[in-house]
Design a protein around this ligand. Structure first.
Ligand SMILES: Cc1ncc(C[n+]2csc(CCOP(=O)(O)OP(=O)(O)O)c2C)c(N)n1
Ligand SMILES: [Mg+2]
Length: 324
């Protein structure tokens, strides 16, 4: 039950973040065809509950790393819609002054350290940050989000090994949609259970339905408590349904590699509808939720206008802030 683990204030804050992430991506879908956003977009519709829920359970000093499917994490950690859309439009008011685009969003001053288009690549970076914490005697946790495709990268297993060896306080979070582009996990993997293998490395572990924000929070709290009591790494695996194509704003069920969910399944697969249902069952008035939705939509519309009107970085700054 939601009320057993979340206060009313927390639930409303979480609903606001869910709606913020969802509405931002729906806005991208509406605007993308104008070809003003010069960036590929990997939309996370269906998976928003995972970064939002995990982030909710960790103290603000937690450094986070992620993938190119990073919008919900960025928004959960920063709520910075001006910077978000600025970056997507390639404008100077983006956190990377328009040079990163969607796939490399970061805001280190908010502990959102790095995301990348290269699969698995931020896993060893997060490991380094966790090692640095231990080295300095800091109690902070580091968290790294990655897709199930990253589990087939060598860097993932090397990182798991070192994290276990040094008992690092690092939380590995697999955002498991069962797909690497169009290829299902069963066509890619020579092993049966990721969680069982990782347990052999002496890890804390947890898993659940990532479409259920309350469950994400319950499982994450359990594991982070264990990490606090006796330092060590943990792996969380949350499943979810990717509603849209791998990259871009459309559905792609006509591509034939998977089936469109039945209408009666949508309520279960959609984390926003699911959380909304729970909020109503807990006695929250529909008007309170409507007020949040309106406020969030207005904020997003303002940020998109600001981004459209913002200047591009000037040509003389082409090589500024770039490592070459
Ligand atoms: C090292 C590397 N290999 C291959 C690719 C091409 N590629 C881009 S996304 C992707 C699938 C990754 O799937 P997953 O990690 O499950 O993330 P999802 O897109 O499902 O969120 C691949 C193979 C890449 N970007 N980087
Ligand atoms: Mg995947």
């Amino acid at each position: 039950m939601m009320q057993d683990i979340l206060t009313k204030e927390e639930s409303l804050g979480l609903y606001r973040k869910l709606v913020l992430a969802r509405f931002c991506e729906e806005k991208i879908c509406q605007e993308y065809f104008k070809d003003e956003m010069k960036t590929p977009v990997h939309l996370g519709i269906g998976g928003e509950g995972i970064p939002i829920g995990v982030h909710h359970c960790l103290p603000p000093s937690t450094k986070a790393f992620g993938t190119y499917r990073n919008h919900s994490l960025y928004l959960a950690m920063t709520e910075d819609t001006d910077g978000f859309f600025g970056e997507l439009y390639g404008k100077r008011n983006g956190p990377a002054k328009g040079k990163a685009g969607s796939m490399h969003l970061s805001l280190p001053e908010k502990n959102f350290v790095a995301t990348s288009a290269v699969v698995g690549t931020t896993v060893p970076l997060a490991l380094g940050a966790a090692f640095a914490n231990t080295y300095r005697g800091s109690d902070d946790v580091v968290t790294v989000f990655f897709g199930d495709g990253a589990v087939e990268e060598g860097a993932f297993w090397e990182s798991i090994n070192f994290a276990a060896l040094r008992r690092l306080k690092i939380l590995f979070v697999c955002e498991d949609n069962g797909l690497a582009i169009h290829t299902h996990a069963r066509q890619r993997r020579g092993f049966k259970s990721l969680l069982n293998i990782v347990e052999a490395f002496d890890f804390y572990k947890g898993s659940g339905d990532g479409s259920d924000l309350t469950e994400v929070i319950r499982v994450t709290r359990q594991v982070t408590r264990q990490m606090q009591d006796k330092p060590g790494p943990a792996l969380l695996n949350f499943t979810y349904h990717r509603f849209l194509e791998h990259v871009g704003p459309r559905e792609d069920f006509d591509a034939g590699y998977r089936q469109k969910p039945e209408p009666e399944d949508i309520k279960r697969l959609d984390p926003v509808l699911r959380f909304e249902e729970e909020l109503k069952e807990s006695g929250l008035q529909a008007q309170a939720l409507e007020a949040i939705r309106c406020e969030v939509q207005e904020k997003i519309d303002r940020s998109v206008k600001t981004a459209q009107q913002a200047p591009f970085p000037p040509p003389e700054e082409l090589f500024a802030d770039v490592l070459i």
